[in-house]
Design a protein around this ligand. Structure first.
Ligand SMILES: [Zn+2]
Length: 426
């Protein structure tokens, strides 16, 4: 989504800098630029309907990406600073989105969901600069980080002491790892599986007509459809039946569907509660360890600091939902860090400690990384990780770290990845 947003910002850039050309010249130029960004977006999403927007006017790997981004972001920030209202931003962003050929529902939903956080962050971060914005959102494109945004974690001197493993191995643990269910509550069997929206197999996709189009199957479809509930149930039943000797279940997040323009706190809470309850019920005698995925908040990827309590901005509801769905054997201390940033640690049998991270906080599409100085170890999670690992080392525990967003991929803030690596490699 970040590239789509950069496209929107670019228009604000054009508007605010009053490019001295006639409107007839602005239009093709702007459209070409958006096509370029949407092509990037399409490349990421592999969506056929966006592929047709492929532009030959601007190469996809143009070195001017960062300059374009900076011009657009500067315009957006500048317009807000001089008092342009929310409704104007929304109106222009929707217009741009539409001109670029994106589905109306996707434009309206994505813009409505994100605009409040963006404007709040600009309003409350006086030093926010366009270069910083682009260095975070387009870090994979090599946009340079302005000075003053580095930070590091205090790691104690010395090296980790290896834990001695018994000569005779005990029975290996059997762990089931479940992830990225992306449950689709609106899944409709028989609806169009190859529709014009980024996600299909729902009522809004329409239905095959006159023998044209593929109908959604009972248990799901390859391609652009998420998972129907019947498949979730079948999966859990199958695991329970075929693996009665399972010792542990790791659930590494992403319960929520891919209709990222169509999320809300209410529907995401409902779906999370439904899935986590079923997961716990399906394995009554097994420790189930769930962590949070980047699709869980509304809007997707956007995790606010816990100090942000405004209903339209806060992420605290998500941590509450997780806290309420942990099995009763979890110690109450887990709740402290869970409510502080969605992460926790719990000790399991056989001297095994699990650390469930909320690595989604480092995702470059999380607007809040631009908010004041929150980007420095967001949620205090990495410094906490150091303390937990140190204690585990003293107690000769083995540790498994669960996390949803991998460090060091293009999505995770580079400094966060670097510090995470320093910690685990000590
Ligand atoms: Zn994910």
């Amino acid at each position: 989504m970040s590239l789509l947003w950069c496209a929107v910002f670019l228009w604000f850039g054009f508007i605010s800098t009053h490019i001295p050309v006639t409107s007839a010249e602005v239009d093709p130029l702007s459209k070409a630029t958006f096509k370029y960004y949407l092509n990037e977006y399409a490349y990421q999403k592999s969506k056929s309907q966006f592929r047709v927007l492929n532009s030959e006017l601007i190469p996809r790997s143009s070195s001017s990406t960062c300059s374009l981004c900076k011009a657009g972001a500067a315009g957006f920030i500048q317009l807000r600073r001089i008092g342009v209202r929310k409704r104007t931003f929304v109106k222009v962003a929707k217009y741009v989105c539409k001109v670029a050929g994106v589905d109306d529902d996707v434009c309206n939903g994505a813009i409505n969901l994100n605009v409040d956080a963006l404007l709040y962050i600009i309003d409350n971060t006086p030093k926010l600069e366009a270069a910083r914005f682009c260095a975070v959102y387009l870090q994979s494109s090599g946009c340079e980080q302005p000075d003053g945004y580095d930070w590091s974690i205090n790691i104690p001197q010395g090296e980790s002491v290896p834990v001695e493993v018994n000569e005779v191995p005990s029975k290996p643990l059997k762990i089931i790892h479940i992830s990225d269910i992306h449950y689709e509550p609106e899944y409709v069997v028989g609806s169009l599986a190859d529709c014009t929206k980024p996600v299909c197999c729902v009522n809004a996709s329409g239905f095959p007509e006159n023998g044209k189009g593929t109908a959604a199957g009972i248990y799901g479809m390859y391609g652009d459809c998420d998972t129907p509930w019947v498949t979730v149930l079948s999966t859990f039943e199958n695991i329970a039946k075929n693996h009665p000797d399972v010792d542990l279940i790791y659930y590494t997040g992403d319960t929520i569907h891919h209709q990222i323009w169509n999320t809300s706190v209410e529907s995401n809470s409902r779906d999370l509660n439904q899935l986590l309850l079923k997961l716990n019920e399906s394995f009554p005698n097994v420790p189930v360890i769930p962590i949070i995925g980047n699709h869980e908040p509304s809007p997707v990827n956007v995790f606010a600091p816990t100090s942000i309590e405004e209903a339209n901005l806060s992420s605290n509801w998500l941590y509450e939902v997780f806290a309420n769905n942990l099995k009763s054997w979890f110690p109450s201390t887990v709740l402290n860090t869970l409510k502080q940033g969605g992460y926790y640690t719990v000790k399991i049998k056989n001297n095994l400690r699990i650390i469930g991270l909320n690595s989604n906080l480092c995702i470059n599409e999380n607007w809040w990384l631009l908010y004041q100085d929150w980007y420095k170890d967001p949620g205090g999670q990495l410094q906490w990780l150091v303390e937990v690992l140190l204690e585990a080392e003293k107690n000769k525990e083995f540790v498994h770290i669960l996390s949803h967003v991998p460090s060091a991929n293009g999505d995770c803030l580079k400094v966060w990845s670097r510090e995470y690596r320093r910690i685990v490699e000590r």
